[in-house]
Design a protein around this ligand. Sequence first.
Ligand code: CTP
Ligand code: MG
Length: 335
Amino acid sequence: RTYKRQIVCRRDIDVFNVPFLAIYESLIPPEEEKLKQKQLVALLEKLVSKEWPAAKLYLYGSCANSFGVSKSDIDVCLAIEEADLDKAKIIMKLADIFQSDNLQNVQALTRARVPIVKLMDPVTGISCDICINNLLAVVNTKLLQDYARIDPRLRQLAFIIKHWAKSRRVNETYHGTLSSYAYVLMCIHYLQMRRPAILPCLQEMETTYSVTVDDIHCAFFDKVEKLSDFGRHNKETIAQLVRGFFHYWAYCHDYANTVISVRTGSIISKREKDWTRRIGNDRHLICIEDPFETSHDLGRVVDKYSIKVLREEFERAAEVMQNDPNPCFKLFEPY
Ligand code: CTP
Ligand code: MG
């Protein structure tokens, strides 16, 4: 009887895996798209260097952390050293420079929380947001990319979760749900917590890479080529991981008392961080610690309405993964 059961389970799992892997493959950006992104950054760098010869442009976010799906906008950071740095002025100046070079839809958003210039390149059709000196984002981009190089299941899981979040409209920080960055951290954390673990905790290992940005010391192990068989003792498949991820966030996470922390590769208490009560607009209803800016809770955008929406969506997804014989259709059903 046990033997028969095992066969049924095996088949079960394989049947689920095929469509998940197919969705993952269909979302991967083609090489030519990556090439066009690099060409656009090179063009922008050339334009910027006429005004600021020492400035550098860095790609960050999903186009550089390997969690970007096809046809994403790109995120660019201008690193500039100016004696008296007035970000709004620089944003206006950048907008001028790009406008006079035929880039389209150029907008200077000087009053946003993170001031940016938006533009679209008519040649490649790529849209782009440019911010100034947001070097922590460049460093956390590297951390995420290094994690992705350790075990292929992270990239697969994160693509599926991001695709689900976009389909179900719970990836909209302006509506109180979570950013893509937060979802990727949730995936990394989930894989760190598997037993046997699928991912290590790079910030708890020997330091091989370190920088100090805005007074924050960022240090971690980045020789990840040495960790390519780290997860070999854990044979869980992508379908099992997707199911486990939703099950965790639907039924197992202690929202009232705990914080997930990629920095420590563990769960820590809200009390320890003094995130137990509302301060200003930060309600801490779901707590995701930023790996470097540790006072930053990525769940702070979530309010008392959107936490309900989020938890209902986790439960819906867990239910679909548990009971639906063909889960992909319902899981990604547009909201
Ligand atoms: N970021 C951050 N802190 C946040 C949100 C974002 O540091 N609270 C930085 C991260 O470096 C992240 C980047 O901004 O990689 C872009 O964030 P986001 O748009 O959430 O993620 P993407 O990976 O670009 O996702 P998408 O594919 O949806 O654009
Ligand atoms: Mg992005």
